[in-house]
Ligand binder design. Sequence first.
Ligand code: NAD
Ligand code: DAU
Length: 338
Amino acid sequence: MKLLVTGGAGFIGTNFILYWLAHHPEDDVINFDKLTYAGNLENLTSVEKNPHYRFVQGDICDAEHVSEIMKGIDMVVHFAAESHVDRSILEAAPFVMTNVVGTHVLLAASLKAKVRRFHHVSTDEVFGSLKLGSTDTFSERTSYDPRSPYSASKAGSDHLVRAYYHTFGLPITITNCSNNYGPYQFPEKLIPLAITNILEGKKVPVYGDGLNVRDWLYVEDHCRAIEAVLLKGTSGETYCVGGTTEDINNLTVVKKILAMMGKDASLIEFVVDRPGHDRRYAIDWSKIKNELGWQPQHNFDEWLKRTVDWYTVHGEWWHAVKSGSYQAYYKTLYKGAV
Ligand code: NAD
Ligand code: DAU
């Protein structure tokens, strides 16, 4: 089987390619990635000489290039996106371009190339925000209510993917997943930002009152969920994917990391809240469990500790990433507060 993985040099795409080549060594994987600030080929040096792996630098908005690369592809696994909510608040246009227009370019090319499956990797953020203290969860039946330019652009892409199924019969599947953590995550996101700031002797910025809740999933569990959907999922269907954490708020996550690193809460800096900050996410992943037999296998405390250890050992990786344009972004976003 020949897979086209878009955005394979980013956090989840990298983990997915490493996972797929290890578990399906007979398959061919093409990694099509623009290499934005978030894409890093260093992540994939262990497979760069594998004859079943090929990297192609390209933009999913470039219809000619995409249609050329799509020839002979069996399955598309679409990760490429602008993925960080805070950046979408600073500048929304690249999110609309890559996440909406780029996804449409891929859909049109996939239809023309008659691919067997177009799998779209999406987010639980399309469902909006749950009430703090409630027991409500997001499921495949939840109405869309995106509240940031990032989540609105992902919602737009989800609608286009379903439209290509209903209107043109393109075989599609979608996963809406919660917050991932693990190796190779760009240190703009909460967990790697907290770990690397602590390693640098800096404070950890916590937005607002720190009581916002996220549903945390170890990245390999997400890769396994996508594998289950590709191999056993039904065309036209959506599957919600989430972790085993139960209403852990950001402050608790940061305190756990501080304790694992032998530090105390004095390193927490409460900073101005994110505009439109979603209060609570929680996922009901019973559909993928009942229909495809998937469930998360990685316990949060153990794998958070392993993630802390990974960043501690891979200082060279994140130091390189945190230089250059990252510094300018950090100053603009946190305005010198941390
Ligand atoms: P990331 O920001 O780490 O990586 C994105 C990758 O896409 C980068 O390698 C980048 O170079 C590439 N890219 C960006 N624009 C491109 C373009 N125009 N053409 C080709 N490549 C382009 O993102 P991530 O955290 O790995 O997320 C991957 C996907 O999973 C996204 O679609 C995201 O919405 C979704 N998702 C992420 C999470 C999470 O917690 N990180 C959770 C649920 C869903
Ligand atoms: O839910 C899935 C989504 O998870 C994905 O679709 C996104 O691509 C991914 O970025 C992530 O979005 P979040 O906005 O939830 O992740 P982030 O790591 O940016 O923030 C997690 C929580 O931590 C959120 O409530 C905001 C808060 N936060 C974040 C940063 C960067 C802070 O308190 N301080 C910070 O400095």
